[in-house]
Design a protein around this ligand. Structure first.
Ligand code: HGY
Ligand code: MN
Ligand code: MN
Length: 435
């Protein structure tokens, strides 16, 4: 296909690539990756840098090489699948992550990586050579469930100084992220390692919404305008182990009683803050550890995590201040209460030029399918795109989640909407790679 440098020519090329996206090929690649950590309940357990994740990474490398891509990695184990362009310019980047929650679904992250590879397949089928290279990335440890914080790979790519701290993160079994990462890098020793960061012309991430908005509006494609802020904390409450039967209530140093009191103050805050007319404050106390975790011993140590989100950062400032004040107040009844913040990301807003490019792509795909026009929305979940937004013009495309469910084995999206999302991605990436 001849290359001419006009927006209308770019649009024509993008339309051709969009029309070469293949639904069956995409569905087959999604099903193949879902087998790595596949569960009887239809979900996927593929936490970052586990043996299952390493096997899935190897599968993706083989899939990419079969499409003619050059494969590279970096010091954080991110995998890049590159389709060369006419000129060796900074590439257009797409992709997402392949790690999952402990009980995750088939599409969170995996869909963005595999739709990116489907775009490569569509470009090959269309015989299109783009001006710029295109790279599909699979970021390391987006979920942050095994090793905190989340989005380690993308944030380290953008600011490599973060990696030294990440390497000392430990999982609940005491495994260091750095040791698991070195094992992964050894397993992919055949893959050239490139520096972090590298210049990128633009970044487009396709993802399931993981919430109820698009489904409620019966709109198949979302143009994501931004991502709400997120903060993660670990609260540690120390008490004194003692006998459950012989120890009078008045003399106990019960670490669980202190932890529950702090948690109740936090839960009481969330509705009040929502009532204040601000964006909803979302609070999750997802991981609890209790020692010695015995039915008849007063807990000597209780730790729990706090995940707080809001589009309004000032609401998170208030919530963090309330958490810290509650920890100080309840420390009197314990031996000690400490709170550590280990993840902090302010709200992300994507640039209008990227939103317009994505809107054109979504509109063409939706018109062809006779579906409703795309709508703009913000993301409740965080994504690697929040860090890439610090590095290059970035934005996201969403498809609906059935029942708004995600981080759950029941996570699901209609196959025709997965197909539409991949078509919108193909158009966007191809058009940007012509510029
Ligand atoms: O937690 C998140 O928002 C992302 O899905 N890991
Ligand atoms: Mn995700
Ligand atoms: Mn997730």
């Amino acid at each position: 296909m001849n290359f001419t440098d006009s927006p209308s020519a770019h649009a024509e090329i993008a339309g051709t690539v969009q029309d070469h996206v293949d639904a069956a090929r995409l569905a087959a690649s999604l099903a193949a990756l879902a087998r790595f950590g596949g569960r009887d309940d239809g979900g996927v357990s593929r936490e970052t840098l586990t043996d299952i994740d390493l096997a899935a990474r190897r599968h993706l490398i083989e899939q990419a090489r079969a499409l003619g891509c050059e494969v590279s990695t970096d010091d954080c184990g991110n995998l890049f699948f590159r389709r060369p362009g006419r000129e060796d310019l900074p590439p257009v980047l797409t992709g997402s992550h392949a790690d999952t929650q402990p009980v995750g679904g088939k599409y969170d992250g995996a869909y963005g990586v595999l739709a990116g590879l489907e775009v490569i397949a569509a470009l090959n089928a269309a015989g299109v050579e783009t001006r710029r290279p295109i790279e599909v990335v699979s970021w390391t440890n987006e979920e942050g469930s095994r090793f905190g914080p989340g989005a380690m790979g993308s944030s380290a790519f953008v600011d490599p100084g973060r990696l030294a701290i990440y390497r000392d993160a430990v999982d609940p079994a005491g495994v260091r992220f750095g040791d698991a990462l070195d094992a992964a890098l050894t397993a992919s020793a055949d893959v050239p390692r490139l520096p972090m960061p590298r210049p990128m012309a633009a970044c487009v991430e396709l993802h399931i919404e993981q919430g109820p908005v698009l489904e409620a509006a019966n709109v198949p494609l979302g143009v994501v305008t931004g991502i709400q802020a997120v903060r993660w904390f670990r609260v540690d409450c120390a008490g004194t182990m003692a006998h459950a039967g012989t120890t009078p209530m008045a003399v106990r140093r019960d670490a669980m009683a202190v932890a529950v009191a702090i948690a109740q103050e936090l839960y009481a805050l969330a509705p009040r803050d929502a009532a204040a007319g601000s964006n909803e404050l979302r609070l999750t106390l997802g991981r609890w550890t209790v020692a010695p975790n015995s039915v008849n011993t007063i807990p000597g140590h209780v730790s729990f995590t706090v995940d707080m989100r809001c589009l309004d950062d000032a609401a998170l400032d208030r919530a963090e201040a309330a958490l810290r004040a509650a920890c100080v107040r309840h420390a009197q009844a314990s031996d000690a209460v400490t709170v550590e913040r280990f993840f902090h990301r302010t709200p992300t807003h994507f640039p209008g030029t990227m939103l317009d490019a994505i809107e054109r792509a979504c509109t063409r795909a939706s018109e062809q399918a006779g579906r409703a026009m795309p709508m703009r929305l913000t993301s409740g979940a965080f994504h690697d795109a929040m860090y890439l937004a610090d590095h290059c013009p970035t934005a996201m495309i969403f498809v609906p989640s059935k029942g708004g469910i995600s981080h759950n084995a029941a996570e699901d999206t209609d196959a025709t909407e997965l197909f539409l999302g991949a078509k919108a991605l193909a158009y966007t990436v191809a058009e940007l790679a012509c510029r």
